[in-house]
Design a protein. Structure first.
Length: 320
């Protein structure tokens, strides 16, 4: 795992998480043997990084210190994070820098599209920081990015992983009107942990966004995910599944929470690979078209392969 123990952005010396500076350090727990990351294949990895840098983009792969970056970037799969690299929330699990974000860059949708065309991706995931400071929460910027990708890379299917838009009127409609192939919004954890882990959000509201997305565009695939190891119980994981199925969510991801720095929430437990396999079985029994559940599962991990599985599963369910 790429763990950023240094909580200061090197070029600017700006603290990444000023709101956490006063918190006591929590111990970093040694990871179990089953959490092994793949080493990057140097040439393709460097090529992905060069493309991202040249187009002046940010990725959640780097900003969230994702453990899969070696594997994904070696396959030229990067998840672009639009609307800057400063988030207006301050979740206890997230390594993305927090603070006052810069103004939106109107050229970013085109640069994102150009980079994706250059990477030659079949499927791309575009996410963002939370932009509670914007009137539409950044929905128009998402829509512009989708439109630009369709123009520059018409063969690429598009998955958006969005914030909750803080109840901004009409924001969801703006994104869905641009017709992403997959609409993903993560509930992240069980509702009992929201106050500690995701204090700026509301579980029921996040679920309602997913339900509304499917109502607005019945053809879109909806997707959501959680991390385990933050203090939830297995019963709570099952309850989250029920809530997502009640919102007609198609695809659920479940992965192990890994603590990015000593100022973030401590890991409560490491779920074994067998435990993740059990979650997958439970989710499938509850009716998801697809469940990705493993220690290193992340929202965008193997997203292209999973999108193919998702389409096949929908087709099979329509035929049965
Ligand atoms: S799993 Fe997603 S965020 Fe992590 S490296 Fe891969 S594409 Fe990036």
């Amino acid at each position: 795992m790429v763990t950023l123990l240094n909580s200061v952005d090197a070029p600017t010396r700006r603290p990444r998480h000023p709101e956490k500076a006063h918190l006591p350090d929590t111990p970093l727990v040694r990871k179990p043997d089953w959490i092994r990351v793949k080493a990057p294949g140097a040439h393709a990895f460097d090529g992905t990084r060069e493309t991202i840098r040249r187009h002046g983009l940010h990725t959640v792969c780097e900003e969230a210190a994702c453990p899969n970056i070696g594997e994904c970037w070696s396959k030229r799969h990067a998840t672009v994070m639009i609307m800057g690299d400063i988030c207006t929330r301050a979740c206890a699990f997230c390594n993305v820098a927090t603070g006052k974000p810069a103004r939106l860059d109107p050229d970013e949708p085109k640069r994102t599209a150009d980079a994706i065309a250059e990477l030659g991706l079949n499927h791309v995931v575009v996410t963002s920081v939370d932009r509670d400071d914007l009137a539409d929460g950044g929905a128009t910027h998402f829509a512009q990015t989708i439109t630009a990708i369709r123009a520059a890379a018409p063969q690429t299917t598009i998955e958006v992983l969005t914030p909750d838009f803080k109840r901004k009127q009409g924001a969801l409609e703006i994104v869905l009107d641009a017709h992403p192939d997959v609409f993903n919004h993560n509930v992240e954890t069980a509702p009992s942990l929201y106050r500690r882990i995701r204090p700026g959000a509301d579980f029921a509201h996040s679920v309602s966004i997913l339900k509304e997305a499917k109502r607005l565009d019945p053809a879109v695939f909806t997707k959501s995910g959680i991390m385990v190891g933050l203090g939830e119980t297995d019963d709570e994981v099952a309850n989250v599944m029920d809530a997502l199925r009640a919102a007609d969510v198609d695809f659920m991801t479940i992965g192990q929470y890994l603590q990015p720095t000593r100022k973030h929430a401590a890991v409560d437990r490491f779920v074994t690979p067998e435990g993740f396999a059990a979650y997958k079985r439970t989710g499938e029994e509850k009716g998801f078209l697809l469940v990705a559940s493993s220690p290193l599962t992340r929202s965008s991990y193997h997203a292209a392969e999973d999108f193919e599985r998702l389409k096949a599963a929908r087709l099979a369910s329509l035929r049965s």
